[in-house]
Write a protein of this length. Sequence first.
Length: 204
Amino acid sequence: MAVVASSAVGRSVRAASGALVHAGGHAKTLSLLGTDALVFYRFDATEHARRQSAAMTALTGMQTLETLLTLPVDMPVPLDSLSAEDRAALRRLPAGAVHRERREITRRAVRPLHVDLAVLTGQQPRYALEAATRFAPFCSRAVLLRRPAPRMDDFLNEASFYGVGVLLDSPCDVEMVLQPRPYRPQRHTAAAWNFIEELYQRVR
């Protein structure tokens, strides 16, 4: 798959994406989920600063994140109320993720950044569309076409069905011809948090 590497293209995509992409955010092309994507993201300033102050190392591991998700943020929880498996997972956390005091534990860690949009491109529009669907559990998605796809109306209908936006690199500029479906997760999952943590380690 081709890479959306040009900074000029990145600026054009940002301009075409309008309110989908936060004005104060960042953009970077990365290899994620087996493909290359131009990712528009923004740090959670408070959490980013907190982690830096605590010199917090990478927060990884599905079991660890699943356990953290069971804890409310900034509210002490009695350790006795947790299972032995959860207590063991919490002991493996990096410094700064939680605060321990006597028989209580308080979750401090939250997601350190937000992804506004992931943009995929490629020589074959349908390959780009397939790649975009992999990001469905994590963020809004769009494909960038260098030229209109064969049977463009059918392609737009399929992209709309999957909630994927379509950007077209026209001779004048990049144009958003189909808005992506807004990312509104039904629930917070360890897999989605893990995606954010892996991305954070790449861009911080």
